[in-house]
Design a protein around this ligand. Structure first.
Ligand SMILES: [Zn+2]
Ligand SMILES: [Zn+2]
Length: 332
């Protein structure tokens, strides 16, 4: 274990910072339905400065500036394959590396809004290179970004050759815009089922344990996964084979899969400016999953755990409820 900067253990606390409890989640699966609260949840995610809106903007900006016309992807050529891979490596390094430098290297807000008081492991054989951050960087860049690039190149080739149905802005502008949040929701739904499968003990031992080495997560933990997990994780992209979309939707979907986890695993509830949380980063919903393993398999945006009884709301009552169901071999 890494050394601890506070006496939180002696105080019986496991968190340095907890958001307001019960943990925030989209007001789906409630009775009676709460349409106003639900629309406010999605408005906060998509109409304000947030991970979702920034990634949608990034996809649009990159598509209209750096990306070559779709016709240039008709043949697999080394130049654009390499260019795509280098761009993806740069994007991942900018987002995960930038957050890591800001929050952990330069410690620009010290422990303010940091969920877990522990430091990253620097000498533990559970990790590749015995170092948590190096381990996470390795699995993210060597495996995660490689899968990202392969999917992006194959799908772009598919659009260019008419193998993947194309939707343009002129076909239906309203649907074109709505596809951004709908694709994010679709992936979150897909993630729940894939994630449950990854917790099947043989799959957990073979693959998902690599991601769960991180009970205390950081930006590089987001897609720090075994290649087998990457192989199934990215399959939500297959929706583009049957649903007409534009390449800009594909780029957004890829960024949602690869870059959003770097933000949501940051370990901090947000970026402080002027004493206020100006940009929500970490997901306490998923942080609870990394800490307790057997709860919160879904995401706060599509909290299916509420229906399946695996929802941990962050309170002591939620802890007691999940503790009863915990697999005996798992520990905090
Ligand atoms: Zn898991
Ligand atoms: Zn995770």
């Amino acid at each position: 274990m890494g050394s601890d900067s506070s006496d939180y253990r002696s105080e019986g606390r496991i968190w340095n910072h907890q958001p307001e409890l019960p943990v925030a989640r989209a007001p789906l699966f409630t009775w009676p339905p709460r349409p106003l609260a639900l629309s406010q949840w999605y408005a906060r995610s998509w109409l304000a400065v947030s991970t979702s809106s920034c990634l949608a903007l990034l996809a649009v900006v990159l598509w209209t500036t750096l990306q070559a016309p779709i016709s240039s992807y008709q043949e697999f050529e080394f130049a654009w394959l390499l260019e795509t891979h280098i761009r993806n490596l740069c994007l991942m390094t900018a987002v995960a590396g930038g957050l890591h430098l800001y929050l952990y290297t330069f410690r620009r807000q010290a422990d303010e809004l940091k969920f877990d008081p522990r430091h990253f492991e620097t000498d533990h054989r559970r990790f590749t290179f015995n170092n948590q951050v190096f381990d996470n960087i390795f699995w993210t860049l060597a495996s995660g970004v490689t899968f990202w690039t392969v999917w992006e190149c194959v799908m772009m080739w598919g659009y260019a050759n008419g193998q993947i149905p194309m939707l343009t802005w002129n076909d239906n502008p309203v649907w074109f815009v709505l596809l951004f949040p709908l694709l994010a929701m679709f992936h979150d739904l897909h993630f729940y089922f894939v994630h449950r499968a990854l917790h099947w003990p043989p799959m957990y031992r073979m693959a998902h344990a690599v991601h769960h080495r991180n009970s205390n997560t950081g930006p590089w933990s987001g897609i720090s996964m075994h290649p087998l997990e990457h192989a199934v994780y990215f399959t939500s992209l297959l929706i583009h084979v049957v649903l007409p979309t534009h390449p800009v939707h594909l780029l957004f979907h890829l960024y949602w899969l690869a870059l959003a986890p770097a933000v949501s695993h940051s370990g901090y509830a947000g970026i402080l400016a002027g004493g206020k949380n100006r940009f929500v980063t970490g997901s306490f919903y998923h942080q609870l999953h990394h800490r307790f393993y057997d709860c919160n398999y879904a995401t706060a945006g599509v909290p299916i755990d509420v229906l399946t009884g695996s929802f941990h709301d962050g309170t002591q009552e939620g802890d007691a409820c999940i503790r009863k169901k915990r697999m005996p071999q798992r520990r905090r």
